[in-house]
Write a protein that binds this ligand. Structure first.
Ligand code: G3I
Length: 338
C-alpha cells in the first residue's frame, strides 16, 4: 500500500473542519484474530504499519481462555500479545466478564453463589495476573446492561447478584494495579436511555469506591445510523465529570450490501466524527476499530446482507473511512505510531 497510515497516533493535528487545534495523543487500535495474524502476511503488515494498539477479538474470552475448570489456554492470546509487544503496540484485554462466549462447564454448572464468586476470582486473578504489565486496559465487565438499560439477567446476576460487577473490578485491580479498568457496552455512545443507564451504573461504582478507570463505547453502527458528534462529545464530557476516561473500543459501520460510493462516504464521515469527538475530549485517548478489514469482519456472518464495515476492503485496500481518519489525525501522524 502506498500510504502508510501511520494512522495511529496524534499529538498535534488539525481538526477535520480545518480549524487549527491541538489535540492530545490518541492510540488507534484494531481487534485482531490470531488465525489471521498467523496465516495472512498482508494482514500482519497492514496491522503493524497502521495501528498502535490491538484487542484480541475472541482469544481472551472465557470459552477460549478457560475452556475447562482447571485448564487455561493462553496460546492464542499470547500470540497476539507477543506480536503487539514486538511491534511496540499497546494491548486492550477483552473481556473478563460477559454473558456471551462462556464455556458449557460454566453456564451449565449450577454453582452456588460462593462457588461462582470463587470461580470469578480465580479466572480474573489468573488471566489478569498472566498478562500483568502487558495489557494496558481491560474490559473488565462487558454489556452488563441490556438494550433497555436494565441489568441483564445472566449467570452472573442470577447467581451472584449485581455486586458481581464491583467484585470483578476489585479482583482485576488487585491482580494488576497498573492496568486501566473499563466497563464496556454497546448502544451507549450518544445521549439516550442506554447511555443514561451506563452513566448511572458507573456513577454507582465510583460512589462505592470501586476501582474503575473508564467506559468503553463500543460504537457498532448499523445502516449509517449513529449518534451525532455533539451527542457523543456530550456523553464523553459527562463521564469525564465522574473522573472517568472513555475509549471508542469496537467501532465499525455495517452497510447494506453491496455498498455504493455514497454509502462509503457516509461511513467515512461517521468514522471521522467519532474520532474527532475523541480528539476533542481530554478524557479520550483510545480509538479501536472492530477489525480493520472487511476480509475478517464478524458482521456478514452475524447480519446477513450487511458488511463493508471496516477501514480496509477485503482485498486490503484502504477505503474512504481510512483516509478520513488519516486526515483527522493530521500531518504528523505518519511518524508518531506507537
Ligand atoms: O468457537 C467456535 C469454533 O470452535 C469454530 O471453529 C468456529 C467456526 O465458525 O466458530 C467459533 O465460534 C465463533 C466465535 O466468534 C469465534 O470465531 C462463533 O460462532 C461466533 O458467534 C463468534 O462471534 C463473535 C461474537 O463476538 C460473539 O458474540 C465475533 O467473532 C466477535 O467479533 C464478536 O465480538 C463482540 C464483542 O466481543 C463484544 N461486543 C460486540 C461484538 C460483536 O458482536
Amino acid at each position: 500500500m502506498a500510504v502508510a497510515l501511520g494512522l495511529l497516533v496524534c499529538t498535534s493535528c488539525s481538526a477535520s473542519g480545518g480549524t487549527a487545534t491541538t489535540h492530545h495523543r490518541v492510540l488507534i487500535g484494531s481487534a485482531v484474530s490470531e488465525a489471521a495474524l498467523a496465516n495472512d502476511a498482508t494482514y500482519r503488515a497492514t496491522l503493524e504499519n497502521n495501528f498502535s494498539m490491538v484487542t484480541p477479538e475472541n482469544e481472551m474470552k472465557w470459552d477460549t481462555i478457560q475452556p475447562n475448570p482447571t485448564t487455561y489456554n493462553f496460546g492464542p492470546a499470547d500470540a497476539i500479545v507477543t506480536f503487539a509487544r514486538s511491534h511496540g503496540m499497546e494491548v486492550r484485554g477483552h473481556t473478563l466478564v460477559w454473558h456471551d462466549q462462556n464455556p458449557p462447564w460454566l453456564t451449565n454448572g449450577h454453582f452456588t453463589r460462593d462457588q461462582l464468586i470463587a470461580i470469578l476470582r480465580d479466572h480474573i486473578f489468573t488471566v489478569v495476573g498472566h498478562y500483568r504489565g502487558q495489557v494496558a486496559q481491560w474490559d473488565v465487565v462487558n454489556e452488563a446492561l441490556d438494550d433497555s438499560g436494565r441489568l441483564r439477567h445472566d449467570i452472573w446476576y442470577q447467581v451472584i447478584g449485581p455486586s458481581y460487577i464491583d467484585m470483578a473490578f476489585r479482583f482485576a485491580h488487585a491482580a494488576d494495579p497498573k492496568a486501566k479498568l473499563f466497563y464496556n457496552d454497546t448502544g451507549a455512545e450518544g445521549l439516550g436511555p442506554k447511555s443514561d443507564a451506563v452513566y448511572r451504573l458507573v456513577a454507582g461504582l465510583k460512589h462505592r469506591g470501586v476501582p474503575i478507570d473508564g467506559v468503553g463505547l463500543q460504537s457498532h453502527f448499523v445502516g449509517l445510523v449513529g449518534p451525532s458528534q455533539a451527542g457523543a462529545e456530550a456523553n464523553m464530557v459527562r463521564l469525564g465529570t465522574l473522573g472517568l476516561q472513555v475509549a471508542v473500543t469496537e467501532m465499525d459501520v455495517a452497510l447494506v450490501l453491496p455498498a455504493d460510493s455514497p454509502a462509503l462516504r457516509t461511513e467515512a464521515r461517521i468514522y471521522g466524527y467519532m474520532l474527532s469527538a475523541c480528539q476533542q475530549e481530554p478524557n479520550c485517548h483510545t480509538f479501536v476499530v472492530w477489525e480493520f478489514t472487511d476480509k475478517y469482519s464478524w458482521i456478514p456472518s452475524a447480519m446477513p446482507d450487511f458488511g463493508a464495515a471496516d477501514l480496509f476492503d477485503a482485498s486490503m485496500h484502504p477505503k474512504p473511512a481510512f483516509f478520513t481518519l488519516l486526515q483527522d489525525l493530521g500531518p504528523h501522524s505518519d511518524s508518531l505510531r506507537g
